[in-house]
Each structure stands twice: as structure tokens, then as C-alpha cells.
Write a protein that binds this ligand. Structure first.
Ligand SMILES: [Zn+2]
Length: 606
């Protein structure tokens, strides 16, 4: 607590401009044809210092057409073998896009687009719409775009679509509307959709969806007309008063988010629980591919986990979160998730912190979203199950097998451009999670925890990048950590230290350590003696310009002069006799991702 207070008092809030959007959309859905029409008013504020002569939108549904980039990409992966020697398909896509019929494909067609009332010229490049503006948007000015569009919901292939084959949910409506691309200090991000990650502009959504009266909806926003809708949304004791006609119009408002998802099915079961005055959890599910119990249990899981999550990763500021059955696997959206089963729910909820509130550009820094979320999931799971084991063990194992495969790309790789799907997963999720756990080895676990909270406090709603995180880590820890990013994120260099030799030298015992791998690290060495007592020998690495605080006060620690990264050996000294040693071990905590642990521990048998 003291460290955090100290840190917050010396770190100034970062100053970075942000574009801003306000969407007002009216959607008319036809559940017979699976098509809808939309009117979209988009108020766009250019807070950048730049004059914009064009803008870009995402049209994600156009990916679900034979011959699209996403189709090409998926079939290409199926034609090559991944690290495990099997075709590197995205199993959920395979050749399904190729086989879509005309009434099963997805599309978004732009019927008209005006800026401040004037028609604009645009051209569609599959999943990206480029608009060449008739007049530029000046710095610090606001314009209004009015768009009319129509769309067909694809048969569900990946994440979004209709008639999910396993859950039998009718509509999983993610990436469903023309969405403005983000413009930031790196310029426009018109990333064609090939099935991976997302990036969006912060803003407010006001979405009205007219749909067959029998359908039950859930999604990103707060329902504005619950007493006209019912289905469990009505105020306690209120009489539901539905307007006449075949359709109901559901109006949702979602403030300060960078996307909007909704889902609809006439068979959804809707349950909810108020966790506190400011937060209600909703669950919408069908007892199709998973039993109801797992879904029902999400309410108590959320109640138990929330205090731990908020204390560890920061406050959840929205009034609602919804676990919704649909999509494939699990996928995160603002204030909601689409999951094929309750097993994915905790991971997707924790995305609210990294995808949702911090909102890094997931294409450029997918590990800052997936890796941090994966880390948070393992840690929260361990809390929920009262487990005291090494929570991140599976992430380390997955990283080690990635290294063995020889197919690793550095974490700086754009999410879409990883050569192998399977290597992408192990890199972004597992190596990303190891990044956070291993940071705790370098700076000390309590300091790492303060870094996570300070990062959240300073960068939420601001799209931080890797350098922004590292600067927070440096300021909170008081150490230089740029080298950690250079090796762990920018390269595929690995860590390997070993115990080289030990000998009695007069009154002291000397232990020579060896740096075998190319990535340097600070080193903990624990010596265990015959009487069961332990000694900790700690060697900082010279590029850190600092040392981690004592982690375990029950073990005396000797701190050495820094190990220079150019030196391949280092000798430590113990005042105990060699004949009293039973074990010598480098990093007994196993948080340092040493790729060859066999030579890290020596047992002495006398
Ligand atoms: Zn995830």
C-alpha cells in the first residue's frame, strides 16, 4: 500500500489524444431472411493534431464469403503443417467459408454515406471501406456521418453469425455493423479481417434493434425500456407493457466502450443477480450443448471472484456484465461475452480489464490483451479453488514446448501475420502470461502487483502500448526494465542458466554459475543445508540498475554486485561448509522461464 501511494504521487498522468465516436443506430431485423437494414449516425471528433482527408470503416461480415482473405488465409493454414506436424487450420474455420451458399454468406453493403449532409465517395475493399472525403476534417473538430446500410448475417463460422451448430443460438451479433477504424498516434489502422484481433475507437453507443417479439436479447449496453420488454429485464414488480405489433424495439445505451455486441434467440433463459448497487450480472443461455447448472453457477462464481479481481486488477466501472451463450469458444466484448459454454466465461470476463478498459491495439500487441488476461484467469482460478500450487504452470509448459518446436515468432509480430496458428496461441497467450509472472520474479511479486494496478489506473481508456507498460513498471519498481522488453517481447532469445561447479575454498564454499542462454536475468540461488536451513543468494543483473526487495523474510538473503550481461560466469560464496550442503538450486520458485531446468538443481549426497 505504501509503495503504491508513493508511486501514484510521483507519476504524472500520461497525456495522449484520443479520437471519439458517438454511434446512434436503428436496426430493423428480419428473422426469416436473416437480413437487416441499418441507419447509423456517427458523430466523430478528431482530437488529433492532424487534418484527415479520408476515413476507413471495418465491414467484418464481408469476410464470410468464398475467396475472401479470411477464407484464403484459413485454407493456406490447412495446407501447411504446424509445430505438432498437423495441418495448421483454425479448426473453427477450416474450409467452411469456401462452402457457404449465397444465402449463408455474410455481407455489409453501404447504400449511402453523408458527411455533414453531403454525399461522400467511398470504395469497398472487402472488409475495409475507404471514404475519400470531399472536405478534410480539421484538427479539434467534429463531423457527423450518416450511413444507410444493409447486411446479411452469415451462417456462424467464426465468432459471429447465425444458427450456431453446437449451441443452436440463432444470432451471435459481433462485428455486425460498419465500425470506424481507429486513428491514433500511429495513423489509421485499416486492418483487413482475417479472423484475429480487434481495435476500436472509444465512444458511446445508442442502439435500437427492432426484431420479432419472440426473441430475447442480451449484449453490450444497458436496456433503456425494460418494462416494455420484460423477459426478466423488467423492474422488480413492474407490469410489462409491450406495444402492439409483431416486433419489439430494444434500445440499449453503452457509454465509453469501443465496440457493441448483441445476441438474440427465442429460447434464451435469462437469469441475473445484483452483486452490488452498481453492478448486475446477467446470464443468457440455452440448455443445448452444456447443462444449465454450469450457466447458473456463473452468478455465484462472479460474486465470489469480483472482490478479488477488483483488488488485484482494478475496479469494474460498468453497471452490467452479461455472460451470453453463442459465438464459438469464447470471445470478449464490452460489458459482455459470447461463450459456447460456461468454462470460457472467467477468461472472457477478465478481458474486460485488458481488452475492454485498457484497450491496447490487439493487432499490434495481442500479448498485452490475451497474455495479461490469461495470467489473470489463472490467478483468479487459483483464488476460486483455494489452490496454493504454481498457478501459471500450464503457461510455462506451453511456452517451453513452443521454444522446442523452433516455430516461434517474436511477440512484436502483428497478430494477423504469425506464420502458424498454433504458435500464435502459445506465444500470445502463454508467453504473454509468462511475461507477467516472470516480471514478478524480476521486481518481486508485490511490486509487480502494484505495477498492474498502476498500469490500470493510469492507462485505462487510453490504448497503452508495450512501451507505456514498461515505463509504468520502471517507475513503480524503480528499476530499468527496457532490456526485459527487448529480449522477451522483441526477440525469441531464451533463458538458460546452470550450476557449473562448487568447491570448498578455505572457510567458504564457492559456487560457480553459468549463463548458457542469450537472455540475461537476475538470479536467485537457494542453498539448503543438512539441518534444513536455507540461504538465498541474489545476484541482480547490471542492466536493472536496482534490486528486488526481499521476498521471503524467513530465509536470510545475501545480495551481490550485479552480474554483467556480457559475463558468462559468476561465483557466489557461502559461509557454510560444502559438506553441510544438501541442495543448490537456481530459482526454486520456477518463475524464471529457464528452458533447460535439469542443470538448475544439484543434490549433494554425502
Ligand atoms: Zn482471450
Amino acid at each position: 500500500m505504501i509503495v503504491l501511494f508513493f508511486a501514484t504521487s510521483i507519476i504524472a498522468q500520461p497525456d495522449r489524444w484520443q479520437q471519439r465516436v458517438k454511434y446512434t443506430m436503428n436496426i430493423d431485423m428480419n428473422v426469416q431472411t436473416n437480413r437487416f437494414t441499418g441507419k447509423q449516425k456517427l458523430e466523430y471528433t478528431n482530437n488529433s493534431p492532424d487534418t484527415l482527408t479520408r476515413v476507413f470503416y471495418h465491414l467484418y461480415f464481408n469476410a464470410f464469403q468464398p475467396g475472401s482473405m479470411m477464407d484464403n488465409r484459413s485454407r493456406r493454414q490447412g495446407a501447411i503443417n504446424g509445430p505438432q506436424g498437423r495441418p495448421d487450420w483454425d479448426q473453427r474455420v477450416k474450409d467452411r467459408i469456401l462452402n457457404l451458399k449465397p444465402d449463408e454468406i455474410g455481407y455489409q453493403k453501404i447504400l449511402s454515406l453523408k458527411m455533414n449532409g453531403r454525399d461522400q465517395r467511398f470504395n469497398m475493399q472487402e472488409t475495409i471501406l475507404e471514404v475519400k472525403l470531399d472536405k478534410p476534417i480539421l484538427p479539434k473538430s467534429k463531423v457527423v456521418f450518416d450511413m444507410e446500410f444493409e447486411a446479411q448475417v452469415p451462417l456462424q463460422v467464426r465468432r459471429s453469425g447465425r444458427d450456431n451448430p453446437s449451441s443452436q443460438v440463432r444470432y451471435s451479433m459481433s462485428q455486425w455493423y460498419p465500425k470506424l477504424c481507429e486513428y491514433d498516434y500511429e495513423g489509421w489502422h485499416p486492418t483487413p479481417y482475417v479472423g484475429r484481433e480487434f481495435y476500436g475507437v472509444w465512444g458511446d453507443f445508442d442502439v435500437s434493434i427492432s426484431i420479432d417479439k419472440k426473441y430475447i436479447l442480451g449484449g453490450s449496453g444497458y436496456l433503456q425500456n425494460p418494462n416494455q420488454i420484460g423477459y426478466g429485464y423488467e423492474d422488480k414488480g413492474a407490469k410489462v407493457n409491450r406495444p402492439a405489433g409483431d416486433k419489439l424495439t430494444w434500445r440499449f445505451i453503452a457509454p465509453n466502450v469501443h465496440d457493441f455486441m448483441w445476441a438474440a434467440d427465442p429460447g434464451y433463459i435469462h437469469i441475473s443477480k445484483k452483486l452490488k448497487d452498481s453492478l448486475t450480472i446477467h446470464v443468457l443461455y440455452k440448455p443445448t450443448n452444456e447443462p444449465a447448472k454450469g450457466w447458473e453457477d456463473l452468478l455465484s462464481m462472479a460474486e465470489k471472484a469480483l472482490p478479488f479481481i477488483e483488488k488485484t486488477f482494478g475496479a469494474y466501472p460498468y453497471k452490467q456484465f452479461s455472460f451470453i451463450h453463442g459465438g464459438d469458444g469464447g470471445m470478449e466484448y464490452p460489458m459482455a461475452t459470447l461463450c459456447i459454454g460456461p468454462g470460457a466465461a472467467l477468461h472472457e470476463w477478465l478481458h474486460s480489464w485488458y481488452y475492454g478498459m485498457l484497450g491496447t491495439n490487439e493487432s499490434l500487441y495481442p500479448w498485452m490483451d490475451e497474455g495479461f488476461t490469461q495470467y489473470a484467469e489463472e490467478r483468479t482460478s487459483a483464488f476460486l479453488s483455494n489452490s496454493t500450487g504454481f498457478a501459471q504452470r500450464d503457461n510455462y509448459a506451453s511456452y517451453f514446448s513452443l521454444v522446442k518446436s523452433g516455430k516461434e515468432d517474436p511477440l512484436t509480430t502483428h497478430a494477423d501475420h504469425y506464420n502458424y496458428n498454433s504458435a500464435y496461441g502459445a506465444s500470445v497467450y502463454s508467453k504473454g502470461a509468462v511475461f507477467v509472472e516472470q516480471l514478478g520474479y524480476i521486481v518481486g511479486a508485490p511490486v509487480r502487483d502494484n505495477i498492474l494496478l498502476e498500469y490500470y489506473r493510469q492507462w485505462r481508456f487510453k490504448h497503452p502500448n508495450a512501451a507505456d507498460f514498461m515505463r509504468i513498471a520502471e517507475k513503480v519498481s524503480g528499476m530499468k526494465l527496457d532490456w526485459y522488453k527487448e529480449y522477451w517481447i522483441n526477440s525469441t532469445r531464451t533463458i538458460d542458466y546452470s550450476i557449473d561447479s562448487l568447491w570448498q575454498d578455505g572457510a567458504v564454499t564457492k559456487v560457480r554459475l553459468k549463463k548458457v542462454g542469450l537472455m540475461p536475468m537476475p538470479i536467485d540461488v537457494q542453498i539448503t543445508l543438512k539441518d534444513g536451513s536455507k540461504e538465498m543468494h541474489y545476484i541482480p543483473m547490471n542492466l536493472m540498475y536496482g534490486e528486488k526487495p526481499l521476498e521471503d523474510p524467513s530465509i536470510p538473503r545475501k545480495v551481490y554486485e550485479p552480474w554483467k550481461w556480457t559475463s558468462s560466469t559468476y561465483i557466489i560464496e557461502s559461509n557454510s561448509k560444502l559438506s553441510d550442503f544438501t541442495f543448490v538450486e537456481i530459482d526454486p520458485s520456477q518463475r524464471m522461464a529457464d528452458v533447460e531446468r535439469k542443470d538448475n538443481k544439484l543434490e549433494l549426497k554425502w
